[in-house]
Design a protein around this ligand. Structure first.
Ligand SMILES: Nc1ncnc2c1ncn2[C@@H]1O[C@H](COP(=O)(O)OP(=O)(O)OP(=O)(O)O)[C@@H](O)[C@H]1O
Length: 467
């Protein structure tokens, strides 16, 4: 701390204080997050993770990392100060005046560019929401709060857990499927919707109602004055099957909305990343061309490529290398059970516990069906689900699901109002994803999940040793 002078305390998160500081050597202002060591191991790990991930991310739309160090019993992370505050404050500040379309497009384009950058590095944010998205004084978007983020090669156990806010949780998480890059896309869809309407897309007064709405992809339609491309994009980002959602790469490069978004990004921003991506691996067309050419020249039989698993980075898509696929019925299990369950009021939830730390109980099981492993509920029993809901232990997805709002109702979100959002039925005019079971194949969309061992603890140790 001797390098910095304290300007003011700007907030108190669940992990510790965030203070605005001024660097003595360059007079620049930074945010210093102080995290108490080591009373709570999981919080410590989350903060360390934030330090490492931030230090790895260098992008104009991601809060810049300056340094991390340990002082007495505090872990300190020094990062760029975003003086424009967070997006949630901006949305609230609008009262009922809608943002102009250009603003929405610019901010959304920038958050996609930042999120695409982390996805390209195989990192998932896992807690994208308007409160974690900041603005600089010149109005540039910066993604922050990487405390929940995870490098994709984390442990399997971690891949099954979720840390977040219920409003932004994708249907697959409620359905006990692993968090994946498209779950971040869903959350960004929620932020886009908030920018367009100043409301959460999915709100309810009970868990049952909230989950039903999310799993049906049922949200009140966007106002008609918004461009068709935006309406279409929101619809696609709220596809209930993650496979059907566009990746951030698609949104920025080949989606109907891309042209509008790219008009708000520096011209080289997407192209540079695109070029880097293309240099890194061959796409399907290039792979085919080369394979055909080789075949024609009789240097190598195309068929010899069949079934050969090529090393990463070469002709990846000439042949179907087995990879994880989402079942088309992504959320139907939970939907069916919820549909036949009787209503639960949020009060019973609120009174049961405000902090959920569910144990790893077996709410779903793996059963072979048609030669394929498929997740199924052990019993299609509403009672079972109801009792799970009442105990706030819906699924393993809640293993680290924390809602720390002492005395508050977890279902009253930052943009909820007391009048309109607490209907348990669907709104009369509601956009339901009727095409959620339709297959859609987007070859450029790479879906990835978290599933193998993680080395970030080693990395943070190294980082601290350097200081
Ligand atoms: N880089 C930043 N620039 C400007 N303000 C920031 C920055 N990082 C955090 N803040 C603000 O500091 C406050 C505390 O942030 P912090 O991330 O520590 O906790 P939180 O996000 O409020 O809660 P939690 O992390 O527990 O969900 C928040 O009001 C947040 O908007």
């Amino acid at each position: 701390m001797e390098k910095y002078t304290l300007v003011k305390v700007i907030g108190e998160g669940s992990f510790g204080r965030a203070v605005l500081v001024c660097c003595k050597s360059n007079q620049e202002r930074y945010v210093l997050k102080e995290i108490q060591l080591p009373k709570n191991q999981s919080k410590l790990e989350s903060s360390r993770r934030e330090a490492i991930l931030l230090s790895r991310m260098k992008h104009p739309n991601i809060v810049a990392f300056r340094e991390a160090y340990q002082a007495d019993d505090l872990l300190c992370i020094v990062m760029e100060y975003c003086s424009g505050g967070d997006l949630l404050q901006r949305i609230r500040g609008q009262k009922s005046t809608q943002f102009c379309v250009d603003n929405i497009l610019k901010w959304f384009a920038e958050m996609c560019a930042g999120a695409k950058h982390i996805h390209d590095k195989h990192v998932l944010h896992r807690d994208l929401k308007s409160k974690n998205i900041f603005l600089t004084d010149n109005g540039t978007i910066k993604l922050g709060d990487f405390g929940s983020a995870c490098i994709l090669n984390s442990s399997k156990a971690y891949a099954q857990t979720y840390v977040g806010t219920p409003y932004y949780v994708a249907p697959e998480i409620w359905d006990n499927k692993p968090y994946n890059n498209k779950s971040d896309v869903w959350s960004l869809g929620c932020v886009l919707y908030e920018l367009c309407t100043l409301r959460h897309p999915f709100q309810a007064s009970s868990w049952k109602s909230l989950i039903l709405k999310v799993c049906r992809g049922a949200y009140p339609p966007l106002p008609n004055h918004l461009p068709y491309e935006l309406q279409y994009l929101v619809k696609q980002m709220f596809k209930t099957n993650p496979k059907d959602r566009p990746s951030l790469h698609t949104i920025l490069t080949s989606h109907r909305v891309s042209r509008l978004l790219r008009a708000h990004l520096p011209s080289q921003a997407v192209e540079t990343e695109e070029r880097g991506r293309r240099m890194g691996r061959w796409n399907r067309e290039e792979g085919k061309k080369v394979a055909n050419l080789l075949g024609e020249k009789s240097l190598i039989e195309t068929s010899t490529l069949e079934g050969v698993e090529l090393p990463k980075g070469q002709c990846e898509s000439t042949e179907p290398i087995p990879r994880k696929q989402w079942a088309t019925e992504a959320s139907d299990t939970v939907l069916q059970v919820l549909a036949s369950a009787s209503l639960i009021s949020s009060d019973s939830m609120a009174s049961s516990s405000q902090t959920f730390t569910a144990s790893t109980h077996g709410s779903v099981s793996e059963e072979p069906e048609g030669g394929r492993q498929r997740r199924r509920w052990e019993k299609d029993s509403p009672e079972r689900l109801l009792s799970l809901l009442e105990k706030a232990r819906l699924s393993k997805a809640f293993s680290t699901f924390l809602i720390n709002r002492a005395g508050g109702n977890p279902l009253v979100g930052p943009l909820s109002d007391s009048q309109g959002d607490d209907t348990d039925g669907l709104e009369p005019e509601v956009a339901v994803d009727e095409y959620r079971l339709e297959p859609r194949s987007d070859d450029e969309d790479t879906d990835f999940e978290e599933d193998s061992p993680c080395d970030w603890i080693d990395e943070v140790e190294k980082m601290f040793l350097q200081h």
